[in-house]
Design a protein around this ligand. Structure first.
Ligand code: ADP
Ligand code: ASP
Ligand code: MG
Length: 409
């Protein structure tokens, strides 16, 4: 007997037939003698609609009320799945974040999990009940509902797996595993049987949304065994494991893209100490994350400062920077949301030179201009015009020799 967490994403619970399909899968694991806890996302498209309603009413809405709205999608699916399970003879009960509770900090819209009281879930599972838990939600300070950031049901699943000391955390989704890049963009992407926590963390953080970044971070810290697999087909998935469980280590393991960023340029900023601190301090105070940064040298005591922020934070970033304008003293602010960040990731980079150069050459051959570059120990990222996203990802996938062999005729 094992104790497992089964997490189902939005497309897996997109309508009642799919919810019935999920219930049948859960029943199979229960009948195999396992203790099962289920975590669900909102039905596909629902969270997007809820987010849009908040934005349409007010682009700079109160983040506490945003959470009150967007957390509702998961409540619906948890209740529906509990009903579907009961209908096929499986004892089940729905749980919302506050009922467990899943305690988080007060960073509304991207809250961090602080503690989960897992004992009540363990007790119910021992009694033969399946808890069906809302992903994405938590309970913040002053009893406010919080959400864990987009894609946050993955984090809920991993955090619950750690809290109930589960043997496995199975993430069911609409692809049958983790690929060398998004298989929807590159049909010749290869499925990885295993990937290291480090590489998956880096890939997720640069946009491979198959797993949410913080879920991988937590799985790595708590050594939760995560498997990504299809909720529509019976096939083994991909495992996220320790580096030493991987025998063959390619230089580049995967390529990711993100269209979720926007480029901001502050033109003619005074070139003196304290300016970067004033700009990025103001953004940090407003909870706006900054990613890539470049500063150009100007000739006349001014400089241009270019950086990227989350596209969803662009309105807030503009607002914050306009308010800090007197203190910072820039001449103008240019915002470009039509950009994409393309990244190549691999632990083999630690010991190989020339990885970035292959990237630059492959992009140059396609005539794609690089706007900003950033690197880390196992990653190189470039910012390009959004219209080149697919072309760039495909070109790099080929350049690093990741294309799967064509299927035999
Ligand atoms: P869910 O709703 O189940 O959480 P997501 O849409 O969040 O599903 O994540 C699954 C999607 O991630 C896939 O449909 C695929 O397009 C995308 N994806 C991006 N990069 C990868 C990758 N390297 N491997 C597999 N899927 C990827
Ligand atoms: N429903 C939330 C979202 O769409 C959480 C999730 O699906 O993981 O972001
Ligand atoms: Mg997801």
């Amino acid at each position: 007997m094992a104790r497992i967490v089964m997490k189902f994403g939005g497309t897996s619970v997109a309508d009642l037939d799919r919810i019935r399909n999920v219930a049948a899968r859960v029943k199979r694991e229960v009948e195999a003698g396992h203790e099962v806890a289920v975590v669900v996302s909102a039905m596909a498209g629902v969270t997007n609609q809820l987010v849009k309603w908040c934005q349409d009413l007010s682009p700079l809405h109160d983040a506490r009320e945003y959470d009150a709205v967007v957390a509702t999608g998961e409540q619906v699916t948890a209740g529906l799945l509990a009903i579907a399970l009961q209908a096929i003879g499986v004892e089940a009960r729905s749980w919302q974040g506050w009922q467990i509770p899943i305690h988080t900090d007060g960073a509304h819209g991207k809250a961090r999990v602080e503690a989960i009281e897992g004992e009540v879930l363990i007790e119910r599972m021992r009694q033969g009940q399946v808890p069906v838990i809302t992903g994405f939600q938590g309970l913040g300070p002053r009893n406010r509902i919080t959400t864990l950031g987009r894609g946050g049901s993955d984090l809920s699943a991993v955090a619950i797996a750690a809290a109930i000391r589960a043997d496995r955390c199975d993430i069911y989704t609409d692809v049958d595993g983790i690929y060398t890049t998004d298989p929807r963009i590159v049909p010749r992407a290869k499925k990885l049987e295993k990937i290291s926590y480090e590489e998956m963390l880096e890939l997720a953080s640069v946009g491979a949304k198959v797993l949410q970044t913080r879920s991988v971070e937590l799985a790595m810290k708590q050594r939760v065994r995560v498997q990504v697999l299809s909720s529509f087909e019976d096939k083994p998935g991909s495992l996220v494991v320790d580096e030493d469980e991987i025998v063959e280590k390619p230089i580049v393991s995967g390529i990711a893209y993100s269209r979720d960023e926007a480029k901001v340029t502050l033109r003619r900023v005074p070139d003196r100490p304290g300016i970067a601190a004033a700009v990025f301090g103001a953004l940090a105070k407003a909870n706006v994350n900054v990613d890539m940064i470049v500063q150009n040298i100007g000739a006349d005591g001014t400089t241009d400062l270019t950086f990227t922020v989350g596209r969803a934070d662009l309105a807030r970033a503009r607002d914050v920077l306009e308010k800090a304008r007197a203190e910072v003293g820039f001449e103008s602010l240019l915002a470009d949301p039509d950009v994409a960040k393309i990244s190549v990731v691999g632990i083999g980079m630690r010991s190989h030179a020339g990885v970035a150069n292959t990237m630059f050459r492959a992009l140059a051959e396609k005539g794609i201009n690089i706007q900003v570059i950033s690197t880390s120990e196992i990653k190189v990222s470039v910012l390009v015009a959004a219209e080149y996203t697919e072309l760039a990802v495909r070109a790099l996938h080929t350049a690093y020799g990741l294309d799967a062999a064509p299927a035999a005729a």
